[in-house]
Design a protein around this ligand. Structure first.
Ligand SMILES: Cc1cc2nc3c(=O)[nH]c(=O)nc-3n(C[C@H](O)[C@H](O)[C@H](O)COP(=O)(O)OP(=O)(O)OC[C@H]3O[C@@H](n4cnc5c(N)ncnc54)[C@H](O)[C@@H]3O)c2cc1C
Length: 619
């Protein structure tokens, strides 16, 4: 078997030495796997890709799909290839054993899929789109939708697409015009035109499930008015059999410059007013759901491009080994045999450049290896204006396993994920500004408030995770609420990363959000520092993380605390306030319990609107 799809030694090195794929078998979900099962799957992928996908790669590019009588025709080699892929179970590689899957880590599933992409990016796209559409229904569809549409997709009977783009709305999805009117039976009737829909028609499956973005009649303008619908090419009967043709017509095929074997279609929905669709999830939330499939498609298309480049490198390598040409500088005798061109230094340089390009695309960037911290404002017990009596300003996340449904509480705002690169010195200043949230505690027996809710906006109190530190509230605040320097106070003490004091010149990445990264008031933030700008909202990122790593059961890591107050002679009475509700008081009790004795809060007074607690910082 040839190694022109993916060099097996290189792949094994990436998987087992760089990425520690075997480490994944320690997780309960992958406990039935080991290196042998991983290698067996990879070898099967290689065999099928070699036998069924690679041979028609060129032919499918030279013979792009044809539009014949309202349907797309493909060359005959595509279906047996896709069938072999399905038969071997690669469509469901990551699904659980109960679902009929291989329960593989995504890393291994991607490594297997890379062989198909390297062999034939176009034919593998039909499978890629189906996996993405199935995952979308699995996460956001109703039980009935899962039974009717997801199960046949898992079984390989139905394929899927994503139908977003319209003639006048590509990047600008807020402008889509496809409409969905409610019908009496609870379904919807769609009307609109979509273009560039990959896999929008083909003869590879019994049915095609289009995941369509459209707007309901009462939709608010813009992206907040987009809903997601399942629109099958053929309606599905109650007994699961495929019924009559839905009102989705193939209007034509686009001719592309590459990737020509995948149909790129123009689809007309509802030309006869009879296009049946089913709403997925809640109305007007469609784009946020669709981001899951868009992100999978981004990774898939990116991997496809890398594999195309990689296959190109392997073919060049093979050619360079076989092509005799010229002689080396120290052997110019014309009677001596020619050497293969790989022996010429410049050809070696070219090959290594090709290899480096694709490997770089896989492995990462210059940011690889920097310590990653995260910054977030955890205080939600009072709202932005310092009002402490609103129940709604609490973040309620139940103890135990995190669920996707907790995300709205975990992350209140629709900010996007961003990361900034900072020095140790900037990190320390960032924390100093946050620590200005507290009043300075002086050596007096008079009652003293701890938290400054009026002079300092609560949302500027950041906790930075991944480092440990203490806050010494006997020192004056170094900054005001706008991070403008007002004193030389040093409140941040014992700032450490992995048990060692932080070097001011050390570099860190801090994951946060677009508001903070571009906020610019903290040291280390602002445009010059931003190194990663994700298009995804933090909520989406957290949701993906929970889905990928379930079960996620975080515990308080108590990475920061107040420094004990040692030198004062007075018996201090330091107080903080919360709304006088059971919920707020339970939070305080939880926090005290979670801190494992590092701080104690005693209830002093709950006769009014607020409950006043004393915080004991004197050992
Ligand atoms: C191979 C392929 C497969 C596809 N498959 C599908 C599919 O399965 N389903 C589907 O729905 N769609 C699909 N598409 C369509 C794809 O999603 C759109 O091409 C994409 O959304 C961009 O839209 P557009 O082509 O109209 O370009 P435009 O939106 O017109 O963009 C043209 C250029 O202008 C830039 N631009 C646009 N707006 C801005 C802005 N506000 N600020 C700065 N720059 C801007 C863009 O970055 C781009 O460089 C596919 C496209 C390709 C090439």
């Amino acid at each position: 078997m040839s190694d022109t799809l993916l060099d097996s030694r290189n792949l094994a090195f990436e998987l087992y030495e760089v990425l520690d794929a075997e480490g994944l078998t320690q997780r309960p979900r992958f406990a039935d796997h080991n290196r042998e099962t991983f290698d067996a799957a990879i070898n099967t992928a290689r065999t099928i890709a070699d036998k069924f996908f690679a041979p028609h790669n060129r032919k499918s590019d030279e013979n792009e799909p044809k539009y014949v009588d309202g349907a797309a025709e493909l060359i005959p080699e595509v279906k047996p290839a896709v069938d072999a892929f399905l038969e071997a179970g690669f469509l469901n590689a990551t699904r659980t054993f109960e679902q009929g899957g291989m329960q593989m880590p995504n890393l291994l599933s991607q490594a297997c899929f890379a062989h198909f992409q390297s062999a034939n990016a176009a034919t593998s796209s039909y499978a890629m789109l189906t996996m993405g559409a199935a995952n979308l229904i699995e996460n956001f569809g109703s039980e009935e939708q899962k039974e009717r549409f997801l199960q046949p997709m898992i079984d390989g009977r139905f394929f899927g697409t994503m139908a977003l783009t319209e003639p006048h709305a590509g990047s600008s999805l807020s402008d889509i015009r496809t409409k969905a009117e409610p019908a009496e039976d609870g379904s919807y009737r769609l009307k609109g035109n979509k273009i560039y829909i990959s896999g929008g028609d083909h003869p590879l499956s019994e049915n095609i499930v289009h995941m369509v973005l459209a707007k309901l009649p009462d939709a608010p303008p813009g992206v907040k008015g987009i809903s997601l619908f399942i629109v099958p090419k053929f309606l599905v009967n109650d007994d699961g059999t495929v019924g009559k043709r839905n009102d989705v017509a193939l209007a034509g095929l686009f001719h592309k410059m590459g990737w020509r074997g995948t149909t790129s279609t123009a689809l007309n929905f509802g030309e006869k007013g009879e296009c049946v669709g089913y709403l997925v999830g809640k109305p007007h939330n469609g784009l946020s759901y669709m981001f899951q499939m868009m992100n999978e498609a981004r990774i898939g298309v990116g991997m496809g491009a890398v594999m195309l480049g990689y296959a190109g490198y392997l073919y060049s390598l093979e050619y360079a080994r076989d092509r005799p040409q010229g002689r080396l500088p120290d052997g110019k005798d014309p009677a001596s045999p020619q050497v293969s061109i790989i022996q010429h230094t410049d050809i070696k340089r070219l090959l290594l450049t090709q290899k480096a390009y694709v490997e770089d695309a896989i492995v990462g960037t210059e940011l690889d290896g920097l310590p990653v911290l995260s910054a977030a404002a955890p205080f939600k017990a009072c709202d932005r204006k310092g009002v402490c009596a609103e129940e709604s300003s609490f973040t309620v996340v139940p103890a135990g396993e995190l669920k996707v449904k907790n995300i709205a509480d975990l992350y209140l705002y629709n900010n996007r994920l961003m990361a900034v690169k900072v020095t140790g010195a900037e990190l320390e200043q960032w924390l100093e500004c946050s620590a200005s949230q507290f009043f300075q505690i002086t050596d007096t027996a008079d009652r003293q408030e701890l938290v400054d809710f009026t002079g300092f906006p609560t949302y500027n109190f950041d906790v930075i995770d991944g480092v440990t530190y203490q806050i010494d509230v006997t020192e004056p605040a170094r900054y005001n609420g706008d991070c403008v320097k007002v004193s030389d106070g040093t409140r941040i003490v014992d700032l450490q990363f992995e048990g060692t004091a932080i070097d001011p010149d050390q570099t860190f990445l801090i994951a946060s959000n677009d508001y903070r990264a571009h906020g610019g008031k903290f040291a280390g933030t602002g445009g010059d520092h931003v190194v990663i700008e994700s298009p995804d909202e933090n909520r989406q990122v957290v949701g993906n993380y929970i889905q990928a790593n379930s079960p996620v059961t975080p515990t308080a890591d108590n990475n920061w605390s107040f420094a004990p107050i040692l030198g004062y002679t007075s018996n201090l009475e330091i107080v903080f306030r919360v709304p006088n509700t059971n919920r707020a008081k339970n939070f305080v009790a939880d926090a005290v319990a979670g801190a494992g004795g590092s701080f104690l809060a005693t209830l002093l007074d709950d006769s009014g609107n607020e409950a006043i607690y004393e915080l004991n910082l004197q050992p």
